[in-house]
Design a protein around this ligand. Structure first.
Ligand SMILES: [Ca+2]
Ligand SMILES: [Ca+2]
Ligand SMILES: [Ca+2]
Ligand SMILES: [Ca+2]
Length: 326
């Protein structure tokens, strides 16, 4: 931007030309502002299926309740980018294959995420009591920036311990799931708010189902429910700001699958939906998630119910008015 302004001054353009340039400069500024809020890959927005109230999934690791979500909503292996070997093009293989789905429900104000991962070596080898290194095993990392504010949200190494506790995970969230675990921990939230990291709580729920041989071939199901927040207070829910989900709204969102195979602490791959590094620190590095309206089939049911409701209301009004006038 500075260079553009210098050029404008140097050329001593006429009044109208200057106006034209200012207009262009404004457009460029607006254009540049978008990626800062997280739009990776550019021009891509993933879709979240709106669950009708009677079909919201149970968080139990069994994904049959996601069969209602059409294939067009599925995010597949080819849409992920390996942050370790970016030259490798993703496609289903014995080494790694994923199917990710995102959903939401308006009445309950909840986001739902489900993933199925096939892996040639499902590696969970951390010792018991080491939940802080959950991500060093085959894991799903989940990132949400509900109000799409962007910016740094974690890993404030330059701040004091007290400030870090307050700011870590306040404006965006980073969850990790890995299992089956050697202890009771398979779900952590790096926001450090204990109330927002419960595997069976009112604001978060999580489950993992693994079928296969630990250290060998296997299929892992991940299932998560989250009530979204614009701001998390580490101490209390009532001091936090819940985010109200709306149709067609765009949220900051990202998923990374960690694949450790032969080497315990060396990534074989780190599959990222946004394809950007440092998602654990900056929510600008997330991708976009659009909350879709109810699919047509379900809309008909709702419209029918509403029409019946209206019919009942008008019937009642008619009877009431008749009763009053008689
Ligand atoms: Ca389920
Ligand atoms: Ca693998
Ligand atoms: Ca935010
Ligand atoms: Ca693996």
């Amino acid at each position: 931007m500075k260079d553009i302004k210098k050029q404008i001054r140097r050329r001593r353009l006429s009044y109208w030309s200057r106006l034209l340039f200012l207009g262009l400069a404004l457009q460029i500024t607006v254009g540049l502002a978008k990626p800062a809020l997280g739009h990776y890959p550019e021009g891509t927005a993933y879709r979240a299926f709106q669950f009708p109230d009677h079909l919201v999934p149970a968080i139990d690791g069994d994904l049959t309740d996601w069969e209602v979500v059409g294939d067009s909503y599925a995010i597949l292996t080819g849409q992920f980018h390996d942050l370790i070997s970016p030259e490798v093009k993703a496609s289903d293989s014995d080494d790694f294959a994923a199917r990710l789905m995102v959903g939401w429900n308006k009445a309950e104000n909840r986001l739902y995420v489900a993933a199925q991962v096939r892996d040639d070596m499902h590696q969970i080898d951390r010792p018991a009591g080491s939940a802080t290194v959950l991500w060093e095993d085959d894991a799903m990392e989940l990132f949400i920036d509900a109000d799409h504010s962007g910016g740094q949200f974690a890993n404030f190494t330059e701040l004091s311990h007290e400030e870090r506790i307050l700011r870590n995970g306040a404006e965006a969230n980073h969850f990790v799931l890995a299992g089956p675990p050697p202890d009771e921990d398979f779900f952590v939230n790096f926001s450090a708010a204990a109330w927002y990291a419960l595997p069976d709580g009112p604001y978060t729920k999580a489950a993992i189902e693994f079928v296969g041989i630990l250290g060998g071939k296997g299929v892992t199901n991940y299932e998560v429910m989250l009530v979204p927040f614009d701001r998390i207070d580490v101490n209390a829910v009532f001091q936090s700001e819940e985010h109200l989900l709306q149709e067609n709204e765009i949220l900051g969102f990202n998923v990374e699958f960690n694949d450790f195979d032969v080497h315990s602490e060396l990534f074989d791959a780190k599959w990222s939906l946004s394809g950007q590094h440092n998602s654990y620190r900056f929510s600008d590095r997330f991708t976009d998630l659009i909350l879709m309206p109810l699919e047509g089939t379900f809309q008909t049911t709702v419209v029918k119910l509403r029409s019946w409701g209206r019919l009942k209301t008008s019937l009642f009004t008619e009877l009431y008015q008749r009763g009053v006038s008689e």
